[in-house]
Design a protein around this ligand. Structure first.
Ligand SMILES: [Zn+2]
Length: 490
């Protein structure tokens, strides 16, 4: 029998740096290739050499385009990895936004980059629910008797997100990636899976339950308060995933007449590009969105067009800019609020920052650690008419965390500003299953996996989830340790 083993090269005992090495008779498949993020001692791991030679990896498989799952790829390639990288088509599109691509650098450096750099051409898109071989007739040196296959199954965590189901030598190994949630807008529920011999399961919220869904009530209250004060509502947001959920809710609350129709500005080139990728793949998203898109085809969109026409951005070629906006809004109709404007140029952004018009501005980054949102905050944070609303997790040490913890002044762009604006936060928009949702997904299994390895969690969350799975399902569970290597029994 062939020998199969797993080695945990990242996201073991911690939430970032996902890298799981599957070895099949000495051939190597790396599932996910993520960056370590957060605390400095973790980030330093990104600079340590991998314990295996990157050139010895045959293929990489990606579960989704979050940097803690794909952000190490450019480094892996510059260290010698030359193989194919399997992922879903949408993951490839989002990787084109989040990963530096050497194909885009200056021409004079191109030859050097092509020898040592990452190019998106290495990404091999494979649609959902298609089992494909990881290597084939063209690589007889890789052993034709044992050709593993991979199949991507929609995980409902991000556009393009998947579990990677790898089959080899009669064994099924399910790499869970990140697990989405049930009954949420924008993304579909995580797909049930009936069985696997080995399961790798994320544990981000292994010790927690999310806030109960309030059907947008808290967001509506915050928007109404902001509108009543006649100020701006600034929403720092991660550019991919969270923006779509915020827009979905704003559009829905407008349609249900639970909030007034305000100008909504999306001021993030990456978010605008991602929104177009989301809009082009409604069939991979929650079924609700297609309905929402149909509703938007007529009156709302006409309003958007006239809104765009009435903008005064001082552009030299205002007419073509309007044309771009209109075409852009049609492309993202499923997410377009009644008076939405996508801000393309830095000039438009500067004009928006200078404007006192009551409005909603969505800009990245989500924790106010960088990006265009810093200038919006600097212009609004000291006026009590304005509101700043955080919509995601705020890591320790970030400006976002300082503000939600009640800081009375904040340093932005080299200057200290007193905080007078209202600071709000909404915690309900997480994209990770909590422990009850994780157990609900596990209940889709018709037989217990031979072993469930818990990864992608802090120690407390990992231990809590291990305890719950043992108590409720009596499955064998093991919390993976960093650099641990385990055999998969034949
Ligand atoms: Zn993720």
């Amino acid at each position: 029998m062939p020998s199969l083993s797993l080695t945990f090269l990242g996201a073991a005992g911690t939430v970032t740096g996902s890298k799981h090495l599957l070895e099949v008779d000495g051939r190597r498949i790396l599932v996910d290739c993520g960056l370590f993020q957060g605390l400095k001692e973790l980030r330093l791991r990104n600079w340590e050499p991998l314990p295996i030679e990157p050139a010895s990896i045959d293929v990489v498989v990606l579960t989704h385009a979050h940097l803690d799952h794909c952000g190490y790829l450019p480094r892996l390639v510059s260290a010698g990895f030359r193989g194919r990288i399997f992922c879903t088509p949408a993951t490839k599109e989002l990787c084109s936004l989040v990963l530096p691509d050497s194909a885009h650098i200056q021409e004079e450096d191109a030859r050097e980059a092509n020898r040592h750099g990452f190019t998106l051409g290495q990404l091999q898109p494979v649609g959902y629910d298609r089992e494909v071989p990881l290597w084939g007739q063209t690589r007889p040196d890789l052993g034709l008797t044992l050709v593993p296959t991979v199949e991507f199954i929609n995980a409902g965590h991000l556009l393009g997100s998947a579990y990677a189901r790898v089959k080899v030598a009669g064994k099924t190994i399910l790499f869970g990636g990140d697990l989405g949630r049930y009954g949420r807008p924008v993304l579909p529920d995580p797909t049930p899976v009936p069985e696997a011999d080995v399961l790798l399961l994320e544990s981000t919220y292994g010790d927690r339950l999310h806030e109960a869904d309030d059907n947008g009530a808290r967001l509506a209250a915050i928007v109404n308060d902001a509108a009543a004060r006649g100020g701006k509502l600034i929403i720092p947001s991660f550019a991919i995933g969270r923006v779509e959920e915020v827009l979905y809710w704003l559009k829905r609350l407008e349609e249900e007449k639970r909030i007034p129709v305000l100008p909504v500005y999306l001021d993030s080139p990456m978010a605008i590009a991602a929104l177009q990728f989301y809009s082009a793949r409604l069939n991979e998203l929650d079924a609700d969105l297609a309905v929402s898109e149909t509703r938007s085809q007529r009156p709302g969109l006409r309003d958007s067009v006239s809104e765009v026409r009435s903008q005064r951005f001082g552009l030299r070629d205002a007419v073509s800019e309007v044309g771009l906006q209109v075409r852009g809004l049609r492309r993202v109709a499923a997410f377009a609020t009644t008076r939405m404007t996508m801000i393309a140029s830095p000039r438009q952004s500067a004009d928006l920052i200078a404007s006192r018009q009551p409005s909603i501005v969505i800009a990245s980054s989500g924790m106010a650690t960088g990006g265009r949102v810093l200038r919006h905050l600097a212009a609004t944070i000291s006026n009590p008419k304005n509101t700043v609303m955080f919509v995601g997790y705020q890591a320790a040490g970030t400006r976002g965390r300082l503000l939600v913890d009640g800081a009375t002044e904040i340093k932005l762009l080299g200057r200290v500003y007193p905080v007078a604006a209202h600071v709000e936060r909404i915690d309900s928009m997480s994209a990770h299953a909590d422990y009850s949702e994780t157990l609900r997904w596990l209940s889709g299994f018709t037989r217990a996996p031979g072993m469930t390895y818990l990864v992608h969690g802090d120690p407390v969350a990992l231990a809590a989830l291990a305890g719950r799975i043992t108590a409720e399902k009596q499955w064998p569970v093991h919390v993976a340790a960093h650099l641990e290597r385990v055999a998969i029994p034949a």
